[in-house]
Design a protein around this ligand. Structure first.
Ligand code: NAP
Length: 246
């Protein structure tokens, strides 16, 4: 159980992030639901958590902006005095073949998916070190493990998240802070709903367990990594992908 713990979920209002926010709150954590543009969605998730007896609030921040992340960290640490669980979930795709990929689309994906995680870790790590405990869980992707045609920018960002995870895990381990990555496969959210039907079908054929994952499948693993029971696991990448990366 996570009673008394404070958790921040970036992009916590939609898709996988909203399942993580609800799961951590159901385990007793006080959850800060971060959003970039989805204010109403974030308020809905907060209401849902409160209606179920949990604690939550929403806070706006564009994770790709270094100064905004610094301001968010300041707000959180002033209000709660601590952060126990940081889930770097916010992410975007701008798919396309590398020979046609614009610099703008490359940079946008790297700035949100990789720099966004760095920004948050950078501004919260001092607090984590002082507390001598904490969990950082970064959402990578099976695309970062295997690569994926049409996703050079996304795969690079998600492979980068794995390198970031392992390096920060080594840096913070002596203070008892565990840093891990979760690499989802093909999960039913807005991100994958926008794919053409034929791409979705061919992806489905690559899943040994034969079904598309749910946001809750990912949230369960994140909740485990946030729990006391996972206190001897750090620097790992756990694929929640129905076997895609076997
Ligand atoms: P989604 O439904 O498209 O949701 C994306 C979330 O990221 C939204 O909550 C969005 O918030 C937030 N976000 C985007 N840019 C942001 C920014 N600059 N600052 C703060 N928040 C931002 O996607 P999803 O499928 O749930 O994906 C969640 C994570 O899982 C991502 O990192 C994604 O790469 C990863 N993942 C997903 C799959 C999959 O199959 N779905 C597979 C592997 C990995 P706003 O709406 O407020 O902008």
């Amino acid at each position: 159980m996570l009673s008394g713990k404070v958790a921040l979920v970036t992009g916590g209002a939609r898709g996988i992030g909203s399942a993580i926010s609800k799961k951590l709150a159901s385990q007793g954590a006080s959850v800060i639901v971060n959003y970039s543009g989805s204010k109403e969605k974030a308020e809905e998730i907060v209401e849902e958590i409160r209606a179920a007896g949990g604690e939550a609030e929403s806070l706006q921040c564009d994770v790709s902006d270094f100064a905004s992340c610094e301001a968010l960290a300041k707000t959180v640490l002033e209000k709660y005095g601590r952060l126990d669980i940081l889930v770097n979930n916010a992410g975007i795709t701008r798919d396309g073949l590398v020979m046609r990929m614009s610099e703008k689309d490359y940079d946008a994906v790297l700035d949100t998916n990789l720099k966004g995680a760095f920004n948050m870790i950078r501004h919260f790590s001092k607090a984590f070190l002082k507390q001598r405990q904490g969990r950082i869980i970064n959402i990578s992707s099976v695309s970062g493990v295997l690569g994926n045609a049409g996703q050079a920018n996304y795969s690079a960002s998600k492979a980068g998240v794995i390198g970031l995870t392992k390096s920060v895990a080594r840096e913070l381990a002596s203070r008892g802070i565990c840093v891990n990555a979760v690499a989802p496969g093909f999960i039913a959210t807005d991100m994958t709903r926008q794919m053409p039907e034929n791409v979705r079908e061919s992806l489905k054929e690559r899943i040994p367990l034969g079904r598309i994952g749910s946001p809750e499948d990912v949230a369960e693993t994140v909740a485990f990594l946030a729990s006391e029971q996972a206190g001897y696991i750090t620097g790992q990448v756990i694929c929640v992908d129905g076997g895609m990366a076997i």
